[in-house]
Write a protein that binds this ligand. Structure first.
Ligand SMILES: NC(=O)c1ccc[n+]([C@@H]2O[C@H](COP(=O)([O-])OP(=O)(O)OC[C@H]3O[C@@H](n4cnc5c(N)ncnc54)[C@H](OP(=O)(O)O)[C@@H]3O)[C@@H](O)[C@H]2O)c1
Length: 373
């Protein structure tokens, strides 16, 4: 039986996959694969639950973001190859994909919609509303009527009649969060959305939104070089039973070792204008990367795997949201679930990393003004 047929015949959220290890080789499992790699490809079976009670959503332990397949990360591969990569992720047990209305002016939702068209009911779609990145500065309109219109447009682009996880992308300080949560709650009642998420918000906003409609997850930046959510947000999430999806878990490539001070980030690459990605900052922060590389060497882990395993084993409510345009990196990143780190190892890594201060605030002034911490 082909891998995609196997996925089709299993429930999305249940134990679905029949393999016992988090990642196993098809060649070893006795199953066949329809992926381009054929026998021997990796399969992610480990799951996590985001949120609690009626807001609980069980998902693969790692999830794939589609933004960088078309924007913000340099060279843009052709769309067909990215549709194929999404399908290859699915074939490998990763059936949870993130996009946003604002990515490539809706084209990223269209890409995802095309890639999953034949397996919609076996896939979890995560998207985000009301940031229009084509405007300068980006427009952010969270009025309930705008959210509802945005949802209809996203459904059309995604070629589906429901969104599994619908996030507010950025706060709109002119609209109370209660109104935003109310609009999403209406969409959930209408069956157009299943679960509610937020992005880059602080504890107070999370509490207020959660009172109106239970929040399943908060999607925000988090990695070894940016740990601010630990101070206030994580305790709130734990108290309220909300999950966390960590975007840019390898700091946009840096913690995977794919960027140096010589990297060209001038074309179609949002990183080039941000402080941690100047040549000076990249040079200084290489000491941190070196720690991560050394830590991984004795454990057979790549720096990307160290970076994501660290957060997965530190907190049970986190799901890393990584991005890639390459099958080899997809497989490497999904294999993170094969490793575990003890509390002692986590502390050892944090201690070594903290010996070097991070050079460069994460965002420029405009981006920083749009987030709550
Ligand atoms: N809510 C928000 O405001 C927000 C903001 C930003 C992002 N996001 C979401 O988060 C997703 C991921 O963000 P991100 O792209 O910044 O994540 P990331 O995984 O930290 O960085 C992706 C970059 O790392 C490289 N990379 C990944 N794995 C690698 C590996 N094993 N070895 C070497 N390089 C590797 C990729 O290059 P290759 O293509 O060469 O693999 C890509 O350039 C986005 O697609 C989007 O869905 C959300």
């Amino acid at each position: 039986m082909k891998r995609r047929d196997l996925m089709k015949s299993s429930a999305i959220t249940g134990a679905g996959l029949f393999l016992t290890n988090s990642i196993v080789s098809n060649a070893n499992s006795g199953t066949s694969s329809n992926s381009s790699q054929g026998e021997g490809c990796t399969i992610l079976t480990k799951k996590r639950t985001l949120g609690s009670g009626k807001a609980a959503l069980t998902v693969p332990a790692l999830y794939l973001g589609c933004m960088g397949m078309q924007s913000g990360r340099g060279i843009v591969p052709n769309e067909k190859s990215m549709e194929k990569l999404i399908q290859q992720a699915y074939d490998r047990g990763c059936n949870f994909f993130d996009t946003a209305e604002g990515y490539s002016a809706g084209k990223n939702e269209e890409l995802l919609g095309r890639a999953i068209a034949t397996m919609r009911d076996k896939v979890l779609i995560s998207t985000k509303f009301t940031v229009d990145l084509t405007k300068n500065p980006p427009l952010n309109d969270n009025r309930p009527e705008r959210i509802k219109a945005a949802c209809e447009a996203s459904l059309r682009r995604l070629k589906t009649d429901y969104i599994d996880l619908y996030h507010q992308h950025r706060i709109d300080r002119s609209v109370p969060i209660e109104d935003v949560a109310g609009a999403v709650s209406d969409l959930i009642k209408e069956g157009k959305v299943r679960y509610f998420g937020l992005s880059e918000v602080g504890a107070e906003t999370i509490r207020r939104a959660h009172k109106v409609h239970p929040v399943t997850t908060v999607q925000s930046e988090y990695h070894l070089m940016f740990r601010k959510p630990e101070t206030e947000v994580f305790s709130t999430l734990q108290e309220l039973g909300i999950g966390f999806t960590a975007y840019s878990p390898v700091n946009r490539g840096f913690l995977a070792g794919s960027l140096t001070e010589y990297s060209d980030m001038n074309t179609n690459d949002i990183r080039g204008i941000w402080p941690p990605f100047t040549p000076e900052a990249l040079r200084a922060n290489t000491r941190i990367l070196q720690v991560v590389i050394e830590f991984g060497k004795t454990r057979g882990m790549t720096p990307a795997q160290v970076s994501m395993a660290w957060m997965m084993h530190k907190y049970p409510f986190i799901v890393p949201l990584f991005g890639t345009t390459k099958l080899s990196h997809l497989e490497e990143d999904l294999r993170t679930a094969d490793f575990s780190l003890s509390q002692d190892e986590i502390e050892e890594l944090e201690k070594k990393v903290s010996e070097f201060a991070v050079t460069g605030e994460r965002y420029d002034a405009l981006q920083q003004s749009r987030v709550e911490y």
